[in-house]
Ligand binder design. Structure first.
Ligand code: SF4
Ligand code: SF4
Ligand code: FES
Length: 667
C-alpha cells in the first residue's frame, strides 16, 4: 500500500478538457426547462454489529474505526484520517473481526457488516498493535523533550496506552539530516516520520498539488518535496495539522511554546471572506499559534497558509500602544479631540481595513448617515461586486451540486478554502465542473473540467451562452462568480450569472474577498464613491486601501502598526488586532460569526467600538453616548439590518474540548 500511495502521488496532473469561447449547448425550448427539484436524500440504511461486546447500529458503509469511536472505544490510528480516503498503510488499527480470517485486520479500511463481531481487546489484537508500535519506534529518535509535537503527540499517547512498557531496541537508529526546510514555513524531521502518508495523500486528494512525495522503499523510505523544491502551495500548512507525529512542524511556531502552556480559543480567521474557523493559541498574552477548528459547514477542517501563518504582526515589537499627536505621545482625550476637529468641515475619505467588524460598521453607518454624510469610503481588498441579490449559495451546498460553474474567479487565490470545497465536490462527490475564465486555473487539474475561454465579448457573454447547456440540466446547479476585470464588466457579469441561474434553477455564490465585505455592503458603509480623490482629510482604519491622495492635508492613522503607506500622519491611534477585538464578521455566504479574542486588551489600548462612540459624541452624534458595551451595539445593529439579526443573540463561546484518555491496553 505505501508503494502504491507513493506511486499515486507522483502522477502528473492531466490537462483539462477545454472548449473555445462559445460552449455550444443545446438551446431548444425543452432543454431550457427548469430541472426537477432534487428529491430529499433517503434515510441511511443501518447496520448492526458488536464491538467488544457492545451493540451498535450505524449507517451502512461506516468504517469499524468510526463505529468504535462512537462507543468510546479507542482504536489507535496513524494513516487513517476522517477527511482522507483510507489506505491501510500503518497497520496500527488491527483488531479481530468475525466472520473473517483468524488474523488481525485493519479497522480503518473495513466497513461494518450486519452481525459483525469486532474485538479490539483480545490477546491477538492487543499484541499485534503493540508489535506495530514497537516497529514504528525502531528508528524513532528520542526527541520528545525538544519535539514541538510533545504533549499532543499520538505516538507518545499510543505508546503509553497500547505499546510495550519497555523498549527492546538498542541497535543504532537511522539518521537523516534534520530539520529540513520544506518551505520557509514548514520543517521536516525525517527521523520522526512514521510513513503514514497523510501528508502526501492530502496533497494528492484534497489540494490536487504535486509537491510532496515519497522517495526510496521500505525502512529507507522518506518524505520529500518534488525535486527538492520548496513547497509553494497556499494549502501547504494543513500537513502540519495532519502529521500524527512531530515530523512536520511550523517554522513560525517552532520552539515558541509547548501545548500544555498555551490556552486555546475557538475563533474566526480574519484574512479573507470565507470565514474559516480557527483555534488561536495564547501564551503570556501573545498569540503564538493558529490552527484549524473544523467546521464542516464552512472549511471542512482546512485552512490556507494566509490564515495559518499571517498572525505574527499581533506580537510585533513595533505594535502601536499609545496615541500620538504630531509625532508626540498624547492622551486619548487630546488625540480624539484633534481627530474630531480635523475631520469637521473637510472633504473626508475613510479607508477601512478588510477585517472591520459588523459592530464597527454599524457605528460607521450611523456616522455616515449623520455628521460624516459626504465621506468617500474605500475598503482594503474589496471587490467590485454589489450587495447580494436574494438567497445565495452556501459553501456546504456545493457538496450536493451536480454541476458547478465557476465564472470569472480564481478561487485558489481569492477564496482559498472555497477552492478546496470545489475540489471535494468534483473529485469526491462527482459534480461536473465548468470554468469560464481567460486564464489557466488550478482547477484545470481536474481532467474532466470544461474550461471555456471567453472571447472578446467577455465573461458575461460566455456565461449567457451556457444557458441550456446539457451539463446544467440536472440539478442542483451552483454558480460561483468573481468580480470581473472592472466595475462595469462586473455589473454585467453579475447580471449574466443571475440569468444563467434563472435558466437552470441554480443558486449563486458571489465571491466577496475582503473579510467583512458582505457586512460592509449590507450596512451600506461601502458602495459609495471609493477612490478618495480630492479628499483633504483621510481617516485610515488599518492599512490604506488605496494610496493616500496628494490633496490630503490631515491624515489619521488608526492601525496596529505604522506603515510606510500611512506617510507622516497628523494623529496616530493604536488599534487592536483580531486577537484582541470583540465583534463579528459576515462571511461571503452571509454567515455571521463571532470573534473570540484570546488576548487581553493592554492599557492604554481601547476597543475600536469604544473609540468610534467617543468620536461620534465629539462629532455631535448623541446616540453614541448610549452604548456602554458591545452588546448594546449588537442589538441596535440587529434591529437595523436584517442580515445582522444573528447579532441580537450571540452564542456562548464554545468550551475547549476536554481530552479523553482511555485506559491503558497493554499486552
Ligand atoms: S511526515 Fe508526517 S504525515 Fe507525512 S508520512 Fe511522515 S508521519 Fe505521516
Ligand atoms: S480561506 Fe480565508 S478565511 Fe479561510 S483560512 Fe484562508 S484566509 Fe482564512
Ligand atoms: S490506521 Fe488503519 S492501517 Fe493505519
Amino acid at each position: 500500500m505505501p508503494d502504491q500511495e507513493a506511486k499515486e502521488t507522483r502522477q502528473s496532473p492531466q490537462p483539462a478538457r477545454t472548449a473555445q469561447a462559445a460552449a455550444p449547448g443545446d438551446r431548444s425550448p425543452d432543454r431550457r426547462a427548469q430541472p426537477e427539484p432534487a428529491a430529499p436524500p433517503p434515510a441511511p440504511e443501518l447496520v448492526s454489529l458488536s464491538i467488544d461486546g457492545q451493540e451498535i447500529s450505524v449507517a451502512k458503509g461506516t468504517l469499524i474505526v468510526e463505529a468504535a469511536r462512537r462507543l468510546g472505544i479507542e482504536i489507535p490510528v496513524f494513516c487513517y484520517h476522517h477527511k482522507l480516503d483510507p489506505v491501510g498503510a500503518c497497520r496500527l488499527c488491527l483488531c479481530e473481526i468475525s466472520p473473517g480470517p483468524p488474523k488481525p485486520q485493519t479497522a480503518c479500511t473495513t466497513p461494518v457488516a450486519p452481525g459483525m463481531k469486532v474485538q479490539t481487546n483480545t490477546q491477538l489484537a492487543v499484541s499485534a498493535r503493540a508489535d506495530i508500535l514497537e516497529y514504528e519506534l525502531v528508528n524513532h529518535p528520542l526527541d520528545c523533550p525538544v519535539c514541538d509535537k510533545g504533549g499532543e503527540c499520538p505516538l507518545q499517547d499510543y505508546t503509553f496506552r497500547h505499546g510495550y512498557p519497555t523498549s527492546r531496541i538498542d541497535a543504532p537508529r537511522l539518521h537523516f539530516q534534520k530539520p529540513i526546510p520544506l518551505s520557509p514555513r514548514i520543517a521536516l524531521d525525517r527521523e520522526r516520520c512514521v510513513l503514514c502518508y497523510r501528508c502526501t495523500r492530502y496533497y494528492d486528494e484534497i489540494a490536487w498539488e504535486q509537491e510532496l512525495t515519497t522517495d526510496q522503499r521500505g525502512a529507507h523510505a522518506f518524505i520529500t518535496s518534488q525535486f527538492g523544491e520548496p513547497l509553494q502551495s497556499v494549502f501547504s500548512g494543513n500537513i502540519i495539522d495532519l502529521c500524527p507525529v512531530g515530523a512536520l512542524t511550523s517554522r513560525v511556531w517552532r520552539f515558541e511554546s509547548r501545548p500544555w502552556d498555551m490556552n486555546h480559543t475557538f475563533s474566526v480567521c480574519s484574512r479573507c471572506s470565507v470565514g474559516c474557523n480557527v483555534t488561536l493559541w495564547e501564551r503570556r498574552n501573545q498569540l503564538v499559534r493558529l490552527t484549524s477548528h473544523e467546521n464542516d459547514a464552512i472549511d471542512d477542517g482546512w485552512i490556507c497558509d494566509r490564515g495559518r501563518f499571517e498572525y505574527t504582526e499581533v506580537n510585533a515589537p513595533e505594535r502601536l500602544r499609545q496615541p500620538q499627536l504630531g509625532g508626540q505621545p498624547a492622551t486619548w482625550e487630546a488625540a480624539l479631540q484633534a481627530v474630531a476637529e480635523g475631520l469637521k468641515g473637510r472633504r473626508l475619505g475613510i479607508s477601512l481595513r478588510r477585517d472591520v467588524t459588523n459592530e464597527e460598521l454599524y457605528l460607521l453607518s450611523r456616522l455616515l448617515a449623520g455628521p460624516l454624510k459626504e465621506a468617500r469610503v474605500a475598503m482594503e481588498g474589496r471587490t467590485y461586486l454589489p450587495p447580494p441579490q436574494g438567497e445565495t449559495l452556501r459553501i456546504e451546498e456545493l457538496d450536493t451540486c451536480k454541476a458547478i460553474v465557476v465564472l470569472g474567479a480564481d478561487t485558489e487565490k481569492e477564496t482559498p478554502i472555497v477552492n478546496l470545497r470545489l475540489k471535494k465536490a468534483v473529485k469526491k462527490l462527482g459534480a461536473k465542473l465548468l470554468l469560464i475564465n481567460a486564464a489557466d486555473l488550478d482547477l484545470d487539474r481536474w481532467p474532466d473540467s470544461v474550461h471555456i475561454r471567453p472571447g472578446e465579448a467577455g465573461l458575461a457573454a460566455a456565461a449567457r451562452q451556457l444557458i441550456g447547456h446539457e451539463l446544467l440540466q440536472s440539478g442542483p446547479v451552483g454558480i460561483v462568480h468573481g468580480q470581473g476585470p472592472d466595475e462595469t464588466a462586473s455589473a454585467d457579469l453579475v447580471a449574466a450569472a443571475q440569468e444563467l441561474a434563472g435558466s437552470c434553477g441554480a443558486k449563486v455564490m458571489p465571491l466577496y474577498q475582503a473579510t467583512n465585505e458582505r457586512g460592509a455592503l449590507v450596512t451600506g458603509v461601502v458602495g459609495r464613491p471609493d477612490d478618495l480623490v480630492g479628499c483633504d482629510a483621510v481617516l485610515c482604519f488599518g492599512p490604506p486601501a488605496v494610496p493616500l491622495p496628494a490633496s490630503a492635508r490631515f491624515v489619521v492613522a488608526w492601525d496596529t502598526v505604522l506603515r510606510p503607506a500611512h506617510g507622516r500622519p497628523d494623529v496616530i491611534l493604536p488599534a487592536l488586532s483580531f486577537a484582541e477585538t470583540q465583534g463579528s464578521y459576515t462571511s461571503l455566504e452571509g454567515r455571521v460569526q463571532f470573534l473570540r479574542p484570546p488576548l487581553q486588551v493592554r492599557q492604554p489600548l481601547r476597543e475600536s467600538w469604544d473609540l468610534l462612540c467617543d468620536l461620534g459624541v465629539r462629532l455631535g452624534l448623541a446616540e453614541c453616548s448610549r452604548y456602554a458595551g458591545i452588546f448594546q451595539i449588537q442589538r441596535a445593529a440587529a434591529a437595523a439590518f436584517p442580515a445582522l439579526a444573528a447579532l441580537a443573540d450571540p452564542p456562548a463561546p464554545e468550551a475547549p474540548a476536554r481530552p479523553v484518555l482511555l485506559g491503558a491496553s497493554r499486552p
